[in-house]
Design a protein around this ligand. Sequence first.
Ligand code: NIG
Ligand code: FE
Length: 407
Amino acid sequence: MKTLIGPFAQALPMDNLPLKGALDDAQLGIVEQAGVLTENGRILQTGTFEELKAGADKIEEIDSPMVLLPGFLDAHTHICFAGSRSQDYAMRVAGKPYLEIAKAGGGIQSTVDKTRCASLEELAAGVSDRALRHLLHGVTTAEVKSGYGLSLEDELKMLRAVRLAGSRSGLDLVPTCLAAHTRPKDFKGNNSVYLDFVVRKILPKVKSENLAGRVDIFTEETAFTVEESRKYLLKARELGFRLTVHGDQFTAGGSTLAAEIGADSVDHLENSGEEEIVRLADSDTVAVALPGASLGLGMDYAPARRLLDAGACVAIASDWNPGSAPMGHLLLQASVLGAAQKLSAAETLAGLTYRAAFALRLDDRGVLASGKLADMQAYPCSDFREILYQQGMLLPERVWKRGFRVK
Ligand code: NIG
Ligand code: FE
């Protein structure tokens, strides 16, 4: 059954646009009075409503002005966790640095303690709640990291919880193993012994249970050094995992490593300088800006403008987590990043759609084009510029996942 949805005041297919570098709004290829023809959860064609009518078996009518976009992808989240870190936040806004709070027993380790106490069901319920909020905000695919378990049993529990939540949620969850988030305080041995343990004990189990296809590490002086990270990531690749890195959040280093080894993405980049920017622009490693972490920590944003001007592929993700980025409102964060970094609407929307899809190496979504998933959202306005202008206060009125209307 071929279903035509429309007419939309505008549709932004986000198709046939460059994967890397700066973008102008004039490149967007906006379709006015648009329709989208779908079948079995896929897009057959995007075009004008009138031209598509002849090929439709059924029409899902849009009877007020709306702008159609691909569903957003959030390529970096930590939405599997227990507890709150509002105490950390109160200390931070009063002036205590994030890394000092971590050293004093707060930070990631305090979420690890709570996450270890939570049952798989409790964790899955938390993921489902957050995922549902994302879906209502137009996010139709979200990556989810482990990394608050940091033992064999608890990392597997987290990833199983993500899988369970994924099977119950209306959106796709992409799991990533972040057992190399930090060395847990109860581990007996140094960083390299810990990473060796992850490689020998945790990753093979993650692989055999097919719990995640991606591996991440927090490359930072207070977590794992560049050398430790390189060794670990190359072993993870040998085991068949795709790679991503938390890099340059406080000190530079992680992004150059990510580009050197050809990781799919490097995320954070608040402290990337000129050298790091050039290296990323020369690579196919996606630079993922996480404005939610800048807002949560009161830090500078990643240099998205300079990265784009240098020719890098820039995506924007929420980093939704209980510590550095508790807000989880991707559209708000991307709008604010765009205003601060002087990004065109096209660049911001690309960072939330097809460039985010490339960060996850998913080539079946992020654009409204023939053969792609019918993951879509429509905003109640007639000009696409209204969406970022309202900085997250205008939410999609309709959301479709694989052609099925979920809002
Ligand atoms: O991406 N930087 C490391 N990891 C997370 C924060 C985790 C936490 O504070 O709980 C991040 O910001
Ligand atoms: Fe993160």
